[in-house]
Write a protein that binds this ligand. Structure first.
Ligand code: NAD
Length: 263
């Protein structure tokens, strides 16, 4: 089994559509022991969907911007396991006025919130878990990107935050590599989760993926992304760090779909 006996922290489970929920499911099927974290008013939802996993894991509270929550999480993990082998960072948030085509008028506070919660937070999680991952002799961190190397409709300051997240991934890889910790990002195609449905015009993403992805793409199936998360959390990517792995049906590699001949 890919993740036998790995002790993993999975953030970002909100519903059983969440990319993190599917990652948790596959990780358990592959032998991992898990703790989930939930956030704010979503905690009760997280607890409910945790019970639908193959083995019901404990759910701890983590607002990634609240240092007291991070301290409490680390204290719990220290007494529970004494060491941590890896974590999934599946956290993103942008205020309404930072999305939806309001790019030119977004107030700086809203852009800063998007950055703090969606990009800087990878650093927060990594530094919080560092002593526990050192105790494990190293490990792996994975975050979730949406490729922003070109501008999208509506994605706005969330897109800017994702570009920052890619950069945070590389700097964390630089600084945590000497501790035996690999730091990567998975750049996912569009998936119909709560976070995605909060992006106005999400259907446009679905349409272009349908036209362009050489392998095709199903916005209702997070499993391919979850499987790659598990690979990167496992021992099967031992020399991969600072990388952004696309799981998008090959979309990023082609500039246009097959088109219709003669038209
Ligand atoms: N759905 C997509 O199309 C898509 C594509 C590429 C990348 N992603 C990324 O995948 C990740 C997971 O999103 P998802 O699509 O599974 O949606 P989701 O809504 O299920 O998950 C988003 C999670 O972020 C958490 N969160 C928000 N603010 C937080 C805070 N302050 N502290 C802790 N947690 C907080 C929420 O509680 C929720 O669990 C996000 O980073 C998202 O940007 C999603």
């Amino acid at each position: 089994m890919l993740l036998k006996d790995k002790r993993l922290v999975i953030t970002g489970v909100l519903t059983d559509d969440s990319i993190a929920w599917h990652t948790a499911r596959i990780a358990q099927e592959q032998g991992a022991e898990l703790v989930l974290t939930g956030f704010g008013r979503g905690m009760s939802l997280t607890k409910r969907v945790a019970s639908r996993l193959p083995v019901e894991p404990d759910v701890l509270e983590l607002d990634i911007n609240d240092p007291a929550h991070m301290d409490a999480l680390v204290a719990d993990l220290t007494s529970r396991w004494g060491a941590v082998d890896g974590a999934l960072h599946a956290i993103a948030f942008a205020p309404e006025d930072a999305l939806g085509g309001n790019f030119l008028n977004t107030p700086p506070e809203s852009a800063a919130t998007a950055f703090m919660t969606s990009a800087f937070s990878y650093k927060t999680l990594a530094v919080g878990l560092l002593p526990l991952m050192q105790k494990a002799g190293g490990g792996a961190l994975v975050t979730l990107d949406f490729d922003n190397s070109q501008a999208w409709p509506a994605y706005d300051w969330m897109g800017v935050a994702k570009s920052a997240l890619q950069s945070v991934t590389r700097y964390l890889a630089r600084d945590l590599g000497p501790h035996g910790i690999r730091v990567n990002a998975v750049s996912a195609g569009p998936l119909a989760t709560v976070a995605a449905k909060n992006i106005p015009g999400f259907s446009a993403f679905e349409r272009v993926w349908g036209e362009r992805a050489p392998l095709g793409w199903d916005v209702g199936d997070p499993s391919p992304v979850a499987m790659m998360n598990c690979v990167l959390l496992s021992d099967w990517a031992p020399m991969t760090s600072g990388e952004v792995v696309h799981v998008d049906g090959g979309f990023h590699a082609v500039a246009a779909g097959p088109g219709t001949d003669g038209e």
